[in-house]
Design a protein around this ligand. Structure first.
Ligand SMILES: [Zn+2]
Ligand SMILES: [Zn+2]
Length: 357
């Protein structure tokens, strides 16, 4: 089969490789669609960071490995012990595989498991390939009304849903979202769906501001044109109840803190690329709460996970799939038309989806 394998920064090669065997508890998926994520871009720019240089202690995998963790497809083979999934099922993949042995896994806090391995990073299998072999526990069946392409969006929208749950947002609250890249947009959608009274966004890119409106933003601020903190405070009687930070740089973190009302919550979901300095008095004396949010609830075989909630939203057509997917490319174009396009500073893209088969 053909796979786009990551060797090192700036070096992804589309090659023919031997498909992995399906063990008793695995399934093989013919990949229909796989989104390129911000974490893939970071790996491409400055990796190997998450892809293992030495064989991973749980999986034995090491570079070169295919990236790609936002994927969907059709089951073509199931292991001898798999009975919950059948050949022909259309599925999306929860990429994060917890160890199920550490103190956090024992408590069901799978998304903070320190030993987690992910499809598209440490597993040695990824969605930028014609097929991938993953544990059967990691796949969710898609209902008839959800296309395979939409199925590739479940993972990023689960991140936004989890962020909103972590924030403690209540129906009727006011919300600000800093940064409307692919994940910030999912938080806008989840906040609007959760009943936010007013969703304000701060985002310098014109196209992304417009897309944010499609996902439920009531007003969009260009922080290069006006002071976002002032504009948000003016519009919300001194500050929002909940702010989300998805830009990962010092000015946006501090703006998120300062546009939140006294006693409000700042939820941080960005991966920062450096240290951020802040005035602790803005957190302490105003009794603001700062919360981290990472990925989503993990146990994929449970019936009430965030993945299933997003699949339900897609089935109910609450998510504008066509506004979110801004590019569709084949495996051979992954570097020039995928990674390199998304890294252009002025890119208008939100999500480019690779369709390997
Ligand atoms: Zn991702
Ligand atoms: Zn664990």
């Amino acid at each position: 089969m053909r796979a786009a394998r990551f060797y090192t920064s700036g070096d992804i090669r589309v090659e023919t490789v031997e498909p992995s065997p399906v063990r008793d508890t695995d399934v093989r998926i013919e990949i229909a669609a796989c989104g390129i994520c911000g974490s893939d871009l970071i790996e491409y720019q400055q990796g190997p960071e998450h892809t293992p240089i030495e064989p991973n202690s749980r999986t034995g995998a090491s570079i070169p490995v295919p990236l790609g963790h936002e994927c969907s497809g059709t089951i073509t083979e199931v292991g001898a012990d798999v009975d919950r999934i059948s050949v022909g099922d259309r599925v999306t993949v929860n990429p994060n595989i917890p160890c199920r042995e550490c103190r956090y896994c024992e408590d069901g806090q799978y998304n903070v498991c320190p030993n987690v391995v992910a499809v598209g990073f440490q597993l040695g299998e990824g969605g930028f390939a014609e097929s991938a072999v993953v544990p059967a526990t990691q796949v969710h069946r898609l209902p008839d009304g959800v296309s395979l392409e939409a199925g590739a969006l479940v993972e990023p929208f689960a991140v936004g849903l989890h962020a909103v749950r972590r924030s403690g947002l209540q129906a009727g609250d006011t919300v600000a979202v800093f940064g409307c890249g692919p994940i910030g947009l999912t938080a806008v959608q989840a906040a609007a769906t959760a009943g936010a009274k007013q969703v304000l966004v701060s985002e310098p890119n014109d196209t992304r501001r417009n897309t944010a409106r499609n996902f439920g933003a009531d007003s969009c601020i260009d922080p290069t044109e006006e002071d976002a903190v002032e504009a948000i405070r003016d519009a919300t009687d001194g500050g929002v109840d909940v702010a989300f930070e998805f830009a990962g740089v010092e000015p946006t973190f501090n703006a998120a803190v300062n546009c939140t009302r006294r006693g409000g919550t700042v939820t941080v979901g960005s991966m920062s690329r450096g240290e951020v300095s802040t005035d602790l008095n803005d957190i302490v004396t105003a009794e603001r709460t700062v919360v981290g949010t990472y990925c989503y609830g993990f146990p994929p075989q449970a019936s009430r996970t965030e993945f299933d909630a997003v699949i339900g939203s897609l089935e109910a057509e609450e998510i504008d799939v066509n506004a979110y997917i801004t590019g569709r490319i084949g495996l051979d174009e992954i570097t020039a038309s995928g990674f390199e396009r998304l890294l252009e500073p002025e890119t208008d893209h939100v999500k480019i989806v690779v369709e390997p088969t």
